[in-house]
Design a protein around this ligand. Sequence first.
Ligand SMILES: Nc1ncnc2c1ncn2[C@@H]1O[C@H](COP(=O)(O)OP(=O)(O)OP(=O)(O)O)[C@@H](O)[C@H]1O
Ligand SMILES: [Mg+2]
Length: 386
Amino acid sequence: MSVATMLENEAMKYAADAVKYDKMGDKDKAADSYKRAVEQLMRLIKLYPDYTFNKFYVEKVTTYQERIRFLKSEDGEETGIEKFTSFETKQTGTHEPESEADEPEEKPNVRWGEVAGLEDAKRAIKEVIVYPVKRPDLFPLGWSRGLLLFGPPGCGKTLLAAAVATEIEAQFIQIDPASIMSKWLGAAEQNVAKVFGGARRTAVGGKPVIIFIDEVDSILGVHTNEVGGEVRMRNQFLKEMDGLIDKGKNYHLYVVAATNKPWDLDWGFIRRFQKRVMVPLPDYATRLQMFEINSSQLEMTPDVDFHVLTQLTEGYSGSDIKDICQVVRQEVIRELFESGAAENTTAKPRPLSMADFKRAITNRKPSVSKEMIKEYDKWFDQFKAL
Ligand SMILES: Nc1ncnc2c1ncn2[C@@H]1O[C@H](COP(=O)(O)OP(=O)(O)OP(=O)(O)O)[C@@H](O)[C@H]1O
Ligand SMILES: [Mg+2]
């Protein structure tokens, strides 16, 4: 057992004790156990400053310290104990899911039409998810379960995943790094199993399920300075993916992952995503569409020519273009306020002009460099699976 795992286990044990005493009303023993848990966690943080879970541990330390202060203060409302959940209960042997309802699930509301361009990625998604869901009978050999979307930041990976969830009647379970930091700690691999278990039950029950892991590199990438929890979590994840491929011939459970750092993923992980699709910088037609989408609500002078703007924004990402449109809009609003005209509640900002857009573009450099693009192309050549 590594030192980190040992400290982690110790901290969990003390935290579990603390919560137990706390619930029993034994304030002294509870405070003492919280203090010991804090000590172990602090040691862990000092020893492994780069550990992925530190953010979560720092949060825990703060929570415990607050709790200690409360326990020692003799008065005050009885609050806060319900904050203590998976991390503390792991050692007490409750391996059952706490409740299905606390799993990170939300239904985003993005439609296909709001995602400009990206025809290849959209086609891949249709092939991997939409067609098998509609006509499983056409896939006697089974179908892919994993889709990896990768590419430079701000080009629509997250947006695309949200659109898939809206467009097919699927349960959408989003696992993002933040929810993992606060929920998966210590009990990391167990929680991976829990998410997959819940998803599998839904899928077997007949409803398609998509597990979406955004920024997958930050959770499942290979980092230097790894400690036990991360490795265990990754292995559990790989195991779950294998389970899908082996046994999941007849239900619809898909894993879609997105990353802008595909090179941080190891081959064991990559190969379980049978489809790997690049979400590239927008081409001319896509940028044109982006200007149209982003300005559909804005009033503009007749001289605004999207074709010219599209030419000027070669190399810009979708989120750059969105920013440009927002900046232009903000400027006329600022003008309205600074001139005092905004006092009159019916006053409107002046329409946006071509000069406004051009200025905003000059003032904003593309957020993705040519060198970065080369790296994506290189990676794609090596690992593509369309
Ligand atoms: N193809 C696109 N169509 C329409 N809007 C887009 C597109 N790509 C990016 N945008 C705009 O940029 C914003 C950011 O895009 P998104 O979050 O999907 O990028 P991403 O590829 O997930 O980036 P990251 O790698 O940083 O997570 C979107 O909310 C949207 O406004
Ligand atoms: Mg994203």
